[in-house]
Design a protein around this ligand. Structure first.
Ligand code: UDP
Length: 249
């Protein structure tokens, strides 16, 4: 666990965006589904309180630090991560690397129409990218096998699962074994909305100063309650993170 930091029981890889993309490119060469999740402080707090969710997160082949809270936590715990590695940024880096190659991606999640709009925008932004298929993220349990079949038929080896946490992690826990060609499955929340242009990302200035949460709060004030997880997370890391309960090695 040398290259991971134990944050309240969640083992986060100490990688930035480019290193995460390097790992993902290696995953394509291994004959199994590799799960990639990008927990923020809210997600780690949820896992701290829920053993089953913690187990799902730790079952991933790659877990990156999404958010300034997680980056600070790693520093406090003596295992610094040099930058935030949000799912959206890693996805952009991977798409840039696979465009013009035989790799192809399936876009799964978001409201009806969003994945198709994202496909259109991605084809403009990454000439030569192969989008193997799309599917919205609203379905009944009995539709799951059909969705898996669509993904398998598409021949994609990369899957973006954008259902938000914990739905995307739970979906993959149930279905990863049934995915035949997928080598990398990334749970990347609202990223399809950003690719589609139906949600905006915080301007660079906010991201650079660790204030993306503040921008989101201004734009989506209904998130305030969810965001209380951030200060709670900070206190919990300070109080419990360094106790013997969460050893680093
Ligand atoms: N979503 C979905 N199916 C669901 C619930 C949510 O496809 O049953 C999508 C929703 O449309 C949005 C994304 O999941 O595109 C969640 O976005 P959010 O910003 O809440 O996720 P985060 O990135 O914060 O985890």
């Amino acid at each position: 666990m040398k290259d991971k930091v134990n944050i309240l029981g969640v083992y986060v890889d100490m990688v930035g965006i480019k290193q995460a993309a390097d790992r993902i490119m290696q995953f394509f060469n291994e004959d199994k589904v590799h799960k990639v999740y990008t927990p923020n402080s809210e997600i780690i707090m949820a896992a701290y309180k829920d053993e089953e969710f913690k187990r799902l997160l730790n079952g991933a082949e790659l877990l990156t630090a999404d958010g300034i809270g997680v980056v600070y936590a790693a520093k406090i715990l003596g295992k610094p991560i040099n930058e935030r590695a949000a799912g959206y940024d890693i996805a952009c880096e991977v798409l840039e690397r696979i465009r013009g190659t035989s790799h192809s991606v399936f876009l799964f999640g978001g409201k009806p129409g969003v994945a198709e709009l994202a496909e259109e925008k991605l084809c403009e932004k990454y000439p030569g990218i192969r989008i193997a298929g799309t599917r919205n993220g609203y379905f009944k349990p009995e539709d799951e096998q059909y969705i898996v079949n669509e993904i398998n038929k598409s021949g994609a080896d990369l899957l973006f699962v954008c259902l938000g946490a914990p739905k995307q992690e739970q979906w993959l826990a149930r279905n990863a074994k049934r995915l035949e060609n997928i080598r990398v499955a990334m749970g990347i929340g609202g990223s399809l909305d950003v690719f589609a242009g139906t949600a905006l990302r915080a301007p660079d200035w906010y991201c650079k100063h660790g204030l993306e949460w503040f921008y989101r709060l201004k734009k989506e004030p209904w998130r305030a309650k969810r965001m209380l997880a951030l200060p709670k997370f900070g206190f919990t890391v300070l109080l419990k993170g360094r106790s013997g309960k969460f050893p680093q090695d």
